[in-house]
Design a protein around this ligand. Structure first.
Ligand SMILES: NC(=O)c1ccc[n+]([C@@H]2O[C@H](COP(=O)([O-])OP(=O)(O)OC[C@H]3O[C@@H](n4cnc5c(N)ncnc54)[C@H](OP(=O)(O)O)[C@@H]3O)[C@@H](O)[C@H]2O)c1
Length: 478
């Protein structure tokens, strides 16, 4: 993670959330917090905390500017459960664990917080955290076509006679889908020697800072082209430029990392230009030219006709991909409807799912939203949460079968570790400690246990296991 990449913590005034903030700050990572109540958040997290005030159930409170610079999210927000007879201001009964009181939902319903809230949150952050398969800038996706307003820009502006055009060939793509086609004739007559197509300035700048570069899918012709990206609305301005070679007759994907774009002005490199800023892209240009930069020649240049089918331009995230959205859910979310389950052996939330307005059902629906969102994620499902310290040995599992307890502090550390782990990416898993519910867990404060290497747990996680498989094998009527 880059040093300026902000981690947003949602639910930061909760038991897990405030510990997540603490772990992140101790690691020196930039943290922003989304909370409903400013006074409570500042009191709990300190007056200087980078704070945005919002309620995930109210889409209008999640303003786009709040999420600028946010690259990762840890979501520990949840519907509030409390004792029917009330609690102390510090929620002492709640901290003891659900089994000690008769619970009820306080405030917004599980549907609003766990499902609608999750949907609102995903929509609010997905532009800034990015999608695993990138964002389409130009080309075909899901049977739709995103076009750009391209126009020719050839050496005729300098007296040359080269000419080019950009058109959509409706069946010319690799699989017969529509593709863009950059074609023309290039000539060195009258000291010319370049041809290009440039988009009109985007009315809204593209913020691509969640990504690592641009990927072009095209059918090569063995020549070297340039992609030029501008971050200014001025016409005659620095263009951040990357050259790329193509292979004749082959459909290929060419990845151009943002770090490889160099500032160029009228074919001269500019040493004191500001660094390339992918957060504000204004236009794109594709060029075939006799020249490289600073008077050097393009070794693949030939005069005459050329054509370059370009079926898509999209952003990419470089490997290894790590989770961009870590979500704290709950063990048991797939169990209320699971056939053949002995409910008497299940935790209260599973037994009382209906009485608690289908809390686990909506937590599962919220999980599904993140799994389907396209954002690289990790879903952490703790068993019963305790106020005990971190440090006990752990059990990670998948398939939603385990019961037990785990410290909120430990869950917070797992969430932060998951942000950095490719093994945790796109995984759903349960966590508990090895300590039985009936046994308290304490640590020697003088000699606390070493922080765990969570990577050894993440390494064994498998794709595609959620516990829903059991529901799908024997569906229960709704
Ligand atoms: N308790 C257990 O034994 C247990 C077991 C397994 C899993 N879990 C799950 O683990 C997660 C973390 O638990 P926890 O004990 O840390 O929860 P918690 O202490 O109840 O914290 C919930 C947080 O969510 C925030 N929140 C609620 N509604 C919100 C909204 N509409 N918009 C923004 N923020 C909102 C709350 O903010 P306010 O401060 O403004 O209320 C609070 O910060 C939860 O998903 C919980 O269901 C709990």
């Amino acid at each position: 993670m880059g040093s300026s990449d902000i981690v947003l913590v949602v639910g930061a005034t909760g038991g897990v959330g405030r510990r997540v903030v603490d772990v992140l700050l101790k690691k020196g990572l930039p943290v922003r917090v989304l909370a409903r109540n400013e006074e409570k958040a500042r009191k709990m997290l300190g007056p200087d905390i980078d704070l945005i005030i919002g309620d995930i159930t109210k889409e209008s409170t999640l303003l786009p500017e709040y999420f600028k610079g946010v690259r990762k999210v840890i979501n520990a927000a949840s519907v509030i459960v409390g004792p029917k007879e009330g609690d102390t201001p510090e929620r002492a009964k709640y901290s003891q664990g659900i089994k000690f009181f008769e619970p009820e939902i306080k405030g917004d319903s599980p549907e609003m917080v766990e499902f609608v809230g999750m949907r609102n949150l995903i929509n609010a952050v997905k532009g800034s955290v990015g999608l695993r398969n990138g964002k389409l800038i130009f080309g075909c996706e899901d049977n739709g076509f995103r076009d750009l307003a391209w126009g020719a820009l050839d050496d005729v502006v300098m007296g040359g006679v080269s000419e080019s055009t950009f058109l959509i060939d409706t069946t010319g793509g690799e699989k017969g889908e529509p593709t863009g086609l950059f074609k023309g004739t290039v000539s060195t007559t009258n000291n010319g020697g370049f041809t290009s197509i440039r988009t009109r300035n985007f009315s809204v700048p593209e913020d691509l800072s969640a990504y690592d570069g641009l990927e072009l899918h095209l059918k090569g012709d063995g020549r070297r082209y340039k992609l030029i990206v501008r971050t200014s609305r001025d016409w005659d301005t620095v263009g951040y430029t990357a050259s790329f070679d193509t292979t004749e007759g082959q459909w290929q994907s060419i990845c151009l990392p943002f770090s490889s774009f160099i500032p160029v002005f009228r074919a001269r490199t500019i040493s004191d230009a500001p660094p390339f800023d992918p957060s504000s892209i204004i236009s794109l240009q594709l060029m075939f030219s006799k020249f490289e930069y600073d008077g050097k020649l393009n070794p693949t240049f030939v005069e005459g006709p050329f054509q370059l089918p370009v079926s898509s331009i999209r952003t990419f995230i470089k490997d290894p991909v790590t989770p961009r959205f870590v979500h704290v859910s709950s063990a048991g979310v797939t169990r209320p409807d699971r056939p053949g389950l002995d409910l008497s052996k299940q935790p209260p939330a599973v037994r009382l799912n209906k009485e608690l307005d289908f809390i686990l059902t909506f937590k599962l629906k919220g999980e599904d939203l993140i799994r389907e969102s396209g954002i690289p994620y990790a879903i952490v499902r703790p068993c019963a949460l305790t106020e005990e310290p971190a440090g006990a040995d752990l059990i990670f599992d998948q398939g939603d079968n385990i019961t037990g307890k785990i410290s909120r502090e430990e869950v917070a550390r797992i969430c932060v570790a998951a942000l950095e782990s490719p093994y945790a990416c796109d995984k759903t898993f349960e966590v508990k400690s090895v300590i039985p519910f009936s046994e308290p867990f304490t640590v020697d404060l003088e000699n606390p246990p070493q922080e765990k290497d969570y990577e050894m747990y993440f390494k064994d996680l498998k794709d595609g296991i959620t516990g829903k498989e059991l529901l799908e094998q024997s569906p229960v009527p709704v």
